[in-house]
Design a protein around this ligand. Structure first.
Ligand code: SF4
Length: 280
């Protein structure tokens, strides 16, 4: 089936093939022959825009136009390579067995489910380390032929064990993304980062997502500790799964920006001051 996929905007994840479109439909003669149009929406606060796109595309095709994606709670029980994200970015599992209160994954995808392993160098699984050892070994075997490998989905720090570390040590790893979303995760994050450092991974390769947005001083303390442990923190403001994007005051946006840019983070750490001490 020939499926046109429409995204509201282009980013580093969206596909770039001839059937991938961004925004409003072009002139009819520029639209290839197709059987369906899928409007894909990731963020819940982009739903109104996606609905408008569906309306506009319906006026430009006589084929079915379907609206879906995580924002609309579409089931994602399997994975079709290259359909809604670039073909090198893959999911080898769906779901997660945890129930972190800020996360929509278990609600949308249910408990962890292992999928057939396709070829790709960016592993986007939400909780890869919950997979069985047999499944993980299949993924490591596939990755032997890959370069620029990233584990991008956020590795659960208490599941980073010697089996994982030994496996990734033999691969061409570009980035390992950990997750340290609460202060309670810190001791396990520091330990995991330490073990990865011992295995030869530097801060350039160890990245760490950190959920922020409740208490700036405590968030900064966690981000600093992640940095001192040997990883590059990446702050993410908590956003509710609602139709409007959760708003924060400008100082929070500035705080997030600084802790998302490695050069700015490094300069801030070298200055040794707290964020509020030199303003936004
Ligand atoms: S471990 Fe990660 S994927 Fe699983 S519920 Fe928590 S935040 Fe979501």
């Amino acid at each position: 089936m020939r499926i046109i996929r429409v995204f509201s905007r282009r980013n580093s994840y969206t596909p770039t093939d001839d059937y991938a479109f961004y925004g409003m439909p072009p002139l009819a003669e520029l639209i290839p022959e197709h059987d369906e149009v899928h409007i894909s929406c990731v963020f819940s606060w982009d739903k109104a825009e996606a609905e408008e796109l569906a309306y506009q595309w319906e006026g430009r095709t006589n084929k079915p136009v379907k609206l879906g994606g995580p924002a609309f709670g579409s089931p994602s029980e399997d994975f079709v390579q290259g359909m809604y994200i670039k073909p090198n970015i893959i999911f080898t599992t769906r779901g997660c067995n945890n129930a972190c209160p800020w996360c929509i994954v278990p609600k949308l995808e249910g408990p962890l489910k292992e999928l057939p392993v396709c070829q790709g160098n960016v592993i986007q699984d939400n909780n890869f380390l919950q997979a069985s050892r047999v499944h993980k070994n299949k993924v490591f075997e596939m990755l032997r032929t890959q370069r620029g490998i990233c584990f991008k989905g956020g590795l659960e720090v208490d599941l980073i064990d010697s089996h994982f570390i030994n496996a990734v040590t033999g691969l061409r790893i570009k980035e390992l993304w950990l997750a340290c979303d609460t202060d309670g995760d810190l001791p396990r994050a520091v330990k995991a980062i330490g073990n990865l450092k011992k295995a030869g991974f530097s801060r350039d390769k160890i990245k760490c997502y950190a959920l922020i947005g409740d208490d700036m001083d405590r968030n900064e303390a966690r981000l600093r500790e992640i940095y001192h442990a040997g990883a590059m923190p990446f702050a993410q403001l908590y956003r509710e799964f609602t139709d409007t994007k959760t708003k924060y005051p400008p100082e929070w946006n500035a705080f997030q920006r600084m802790w998302q840019r490695p050069a700015a983070t490094k300069a801030h750490m070298e200055r040794g001051t707290m964020f509020q001490e030199y303003g936004t």
